[in-house]
Design a protein around this ligand. Structure first.
Ligand SMILES: NC(=O)C1=CN([C@@H]2O[C@H](COP(=O)(O)OP(=O)(O)OC[C@H]3O[C@@H](n4cnc5c(N)ncnc54)[C@H](OP(=O)(O)O)[C@@H]3O)[C@@H](O)[C@H]2O)C=CC1
Ligand SMILES: N[C@@H](C[C@H]1CC(C(=O)O)=NO1)C(=O)O
Length: 319
C-alpha cells in the first residue's frame, strides 16, 4: 500500500516530514499546502485554503503547523476532509483537542491521530508503560538541554516578536535523584529552567517579556528568562534544534529495586518529531483502511501499525 501524503505548513516540522516521505518506500508526497505562495522545495505547492479540493488525492494529511494557535484553529477543518496526523503539544488541552477531532473525524469517516511526536508522543507511551509496572512507581520526565519547538512557536505568536526560540534546561541533580529512586518529591517546574531569546523592537521588550513569562501552560509555572538580541546575534547563535530527555520510572518488587529509563538524544528535534509523526501516519492510513474512524492519541494506536513490516513478519523477527 503506497500512502499518498500531504503536508500542511512548511516550517521546521513540515520540512522534516517532506524529507521522510521522500525517503520511505511506502509513502509518496502529493504536495505541500502553505499560507505562502513560494517555498524552497521541489514538491508541488498549493494554497492551504484550497486543500479540500484535493481530498480524493491524499490518504494522510500531516498537519505540521504550530500548536499554540494553528492546531486549535485549523485542525478540525482538515479532519472534515482528510485522515490527519498532528503533533499538538499543549498537554493541558490534549483531551479537549481529542474530543473536538473525534467528533469531526467520526462524522466524516476519517481517522485523526493526534499529539504524536515525542512529548506528547513516545514519552507519553513510556510514561504509561512505566506506571503500569510497579505497585508504587516513582516517575519523572526531564527535557533538554535543548530547543523546544512548541515553546518557540508560542514565543513567536506574541505580537512584536520577529524571531524567537526557547531552550529547556533540566537540573542535573534532579535527574540524578530520579535515577536513584528519590524522585517522588521532585517538581518538573522546579527541575527545569526556560531560556528565551527574542528579536523585537526595544519599545516592545517589556510587554513581550511579560506576555511570555506569564503565558499559561507554556511558561507561567516555570522560571523563565527572556533575552532580547539582535537579528545578527540570532542568525549567528541560534541555528539548529537539538533536544532530548528522559522518562525515568523506579519501583520496588518484593524488595528488589527496578529502574526503567527511556531516553532521547536528538541532533534535530524537528527531524525526529517528523519520524514519529510519519510512523503514526502509517498507522493512521491502516486504521482508515480497516474502516476505523475518530481520534486516536498515541496511547490508543496498536504499536504494530507503526511498522512498515507486517504483523506476521514482526512476530517472526521482533517479538
Ligand atoms: N509532540 C511533540 O513531541 C512535538 C511537537 N511539536 C509541535 O510542532 C509544531 C510546529 O513546529 P515547527 O515546525 O518548529 O514550527 P514552525 O514555526 O517552523 O512552523 C509552523 C508554521 O509556521 C509557518 N511558517 C514557518 N516558517 C514561516 C515563515 N518563514 N513565514 C511564515 N510562516 C512560516 C508554516 O506555515 P506556512 O508554510 O503555511 O507558512 C508552518 O506551518 C510546534 O508548534 C510544536 O507544538 C514540535 C516538536 C515536538
Ligand atoms: N513538544 C516539545 C517536545 C518536548 C520538549 C519539551 C520542553 O522542552 O519543554 N517538552 O516536550 C517540542 O515542541 O519540542
Amino acid at each position: 500500500m503506497t500512502i499518498k501524503a500531504g503536508i500542511v505548513g512548511y516550517g521546521n516540522l513540515g520540512q522534516g516530514v517532506e524529507y521522510l516521505i521522500n525517503s520511505l518506500d511506502d509513502f509518496e508526497l502529493f504536495g505541500i499546502f502553505s499560507r505562502r505562495e513560494t517555498l524552497d522545495t521541489d514538491a508541488a505547492v498549493y494554497p492551504v485554503e484550497d486543500a479540500a479540493n484535493y481530498k480524493d488525492d491524499i490518504d494522510v494529511m500531516f498537519l505540521c503547523v504550530g500548536s499554540a494557535t494553528d492546531i486549535p484553529e485549523q485542525a478540525t477543518g482538515f479532519a472534515e476532509h482528510f485522515t490527519t496526523v498532528d503533533t499538538y503539544d499543549n498537554h493541558s488541552k490534549v483531551a479537549e483537542h481529542r474530543a473536538a477531532m473525534d467528533k469531526v473525524a467520526r462524522a466524516n469517516n476519517n481517522v485523526a491521530v493526534i499529539s504524536t511526536g515525542w512529548d506528547p508522543g513516545l514519552f507519553s507511551m513510556n510514561r504509561v508503560l512505566g506506571l503500569s509496572l510497579f505497585p508504587e512507581p516513582v516517575q519523572n520526565t526531564f527535557w533538554g538541554k535543548g530547543l523546544s519547538q512548541g515553546h518557540s512557536d508560542a514565543v513567536r505568536q506574541v505580537e512584536g516578536v520577529k524571531r524567537g526560540v526557547q531552550y529547556t534546561i533540566p537540573a542535573q541533580d534532579a535527574i540524578d535523584q530520579a535515577r536513584a529512586g528519590n524522585g517522588q518529591d521532585l517538581s518538573k517546574t522546579e527541575a527545569h529552567d526556560r531560556i528565551v531569546y527574542v528579536v523585537a523592537d526595544e519599545v516592545d521588550h517589556e510587554r513581550i517579556r511579560q506576555e511570555i513569562v506569564t503565558m499559561p501552560a507554556y511558561f507561567e509555572p516555570y522560571t523563565t528568562t527572556v533575552h532580547f538580541i539582535s537579528e545578527d546575534e540570532f542568525e549567528r547563535d541560534h541555528q539548529g534544534a537539538p533536544h532530548g530527555g528522559y522518562v525515568i520510572t523506579t519501583g520496588n518488587l518484593q524488595g528488589h529495586n527496578a529502574s526503567v529509563e527511556f531516553s532521547l538524544d536528538l541532533e534535530s528535534n524537528p527531524n525526529f518529531t517528523a519520524a514519529a509523526m510519519v510512523a503514526f501516519g502509517r498507522a493512521a492510513a491502516r486504521l482508515k483502511a480497516q474502516g476505523q474512524s475518530g481520534a486516536y492519541t498515541v496511547l490508543e494506536v496498536p504499536l504494530y501499525l507503526l511498522s512498515p513490516q507486517s504483523l506476521e513478519d514482526l512476530l517472526e523477527s521482533e517479538i
